[in-house]
Design a protein around this ligand. Structure first.
Ligand code: ATP
Ligand code: MG
Length: 415
């Protein structure tokens, strides 16, 4: 892909009213555009990153569930049935009088989907033979968040991967819950995010612990208490040091970003919706449920918060919009023809969608600054200097010093 053809350009000035690093770098780099507080467009560059995050999530989710897609417009009757129509977080559509006094235009925009999925499940789960089942979706959610000032970390419109599971009994739910935790650990590892699994309170509907996947980072809104030796970790809201088994480790606390969580719902929604199954003895029992979320857009923001320096983003390879950033430091003569050759070679190796070639007629300084801001893991430079010694210059984004190598060596590295 040629950089001059990109829809977006880098922006020199820091965006106004954006304090967070993720919003600053992502807006300046042309990955996202702010529409209003907590509402962002994914520009082509940002969408490439988001798609790579979602691909990793899908690959792991497909091992333990099936993908589906539910609506965003959810009629009030669904929310009323579970007593979640009158909550602060919901965005409601207006009432329209159609002359017959109906409320057909009253919807709540989907901020979570336990209601819809439980209603759907009634059609397909009747007997113990129909259990267990698990489905997930990756979809836009809407929440009237009071504070939406942390860029992609807290949106009013954001993306969520939500998985729902259905079981005969607690034991089966516990088993599946463990599988989801393993799956999440794999996902975050592939995304280069170090996570702590924190115990947390389950909110107003359950006395049970839930588990949150927390990335230690000063941009986070949560505070977690964790042991430096064992895997003890609790959210501040429920933290109780007496729950820590003595392991000689020290308890520390730090700010953290919640990138995912897992809930044992029990029968809260199956009770509200009459989701029951007939067991082997012909007795009707409520289905036991779990729900499990990851926020792909928050994950994208968290990755930027973790991987950056003063000049810009340092994308982990797995989610970078391109694998290689080729900089041609002149648009004529030998430099151009050599850069064209290298570009063709790279495209042949990894495809056009993975190579960004900066062939713009701008200063060398601007090219280097933009490369640092965009944060593509490998920078390849062709200049008068490199052509004179029949080499090219490479530098990893995270490293300080460039190296001179031959194009044959580059080909090997890229392979
Ligand atoms: P939080 O505690 O941060 O408000 P939550 O506990 O309400 O989030 P869930 O409703 O379980 O989170 O959502 C599942 C996942 O969706 C979260 O772990 C997070 O990654 C993501 N998420 C939740 N709210 C937002 C938001 N406003 N903006 C971006 N991502 C979000
Ligand atoms: Mg939470």
């Amino acid at each position: 892909m040629l950089q001059s053809k990109l829809f977006s350009k880098t922006i020199k000035n820091s965006p106004e009213g954006e304090e967070s690093k993720n919003a600053q770098f992502l807006i300046k780099g042309g990955f996202i555009n702010k529409s209003s507080a907590g509402v962002y467009s994914m520009l082509p560059l940002g969408l490439k990153v988001l798609n790579k995050i979602n691909k990793i999530i899908r690959e792991e989710m497909n091992v333990i569930g099936e993908e589906m897609l539910m609506p965003s417009l959810i009629h009030r009757k669904y929310w009323e049935q579970s007593k979640r129509w009158d909550v602060d977080i919901i965005y409601k559509t207006g009432t329209r009088d159609n002359g017959q006094g109906t409320r057909d235009f009253e919807y709540g925009l989907g901020w979570t989907h336990e209601e819809v999925i439980t209603a759907i499940a009634r059609h397909y789960i009747q007997s113990y033979k129909d259990l267990p089942k698990a489905v997930y979706q990756i979809q836009t959610k809407f929440r009237a968040e009071a504070r939406a000032q942390a860029g992609l970390l807290r949106g009013r419109e954001f993306m969520m991967k939500d998985l729902y599971s259905f079981h005969m009994d607690r034991a089966d739910l516990e088993k599946y819950y463990g599988k989801v935790i393993d799956s999440y650990n794999k996902i975050f590892k592939r995304l280069s995010l170090k996570v702590l699994v924190a115990e947390a309170g389950g909110g107003p509907f359950t006395k049970e612990y839930t588990h949150e996947f927390q990335v230690l980072n000063s941009a986070g809104e949560d505070m977690v208490y964790y042991c430096d030796k064992c895997d003890f970790c609790q959210n501040q809201e429920i933290f109780n040091s007496s729950n820590h088994k003595d392991c000689n480790g020290e308890i520390r606390n730090a700010k953290a970003i919640e990138v995912g969580n897992v809930f044992k719902l029990g029968t809260r929604y199956s009770d509200a919706y009459g989701l029951v199954y007939t067991d082997k003895d012909g007795i009707k029992r409520p289905v036991i449920m779990g729900s499990y979320g990851i926020g792909p857009t928050r994950v994208m923001g968290a990755i930027v918060e973790v991987f950056n320096d003063e000049k810009g983003i340092i994308w982990p390879e797995a989610v970078s919009p391109f694998n290689v950033h080729l900089l041609a430091l002149s648009d004529s003569g030998k430099v151009k023809s050599e850069a064209d050759k290298i570009y063709k070679m790279l495209v042949g190796q990894i495809g056009d969608s993975e190579v960004l070639c900066d062939e713009r007629t701008v200063s060398t300084g601007e090219k280097f600054n933009d490369a640092d801001l965009l944060g593509i893991p490998l920078r390849v430079v062709v200049s008068e200097k490199t052509v004179a010694v029949k080499k090219i210059e490479i530098k990893k984004r995270a490293e300080k010093m460039p190296k001179l190598i031959t194009s044959a060596q580059l080909k090997k590295i890229i392979n």
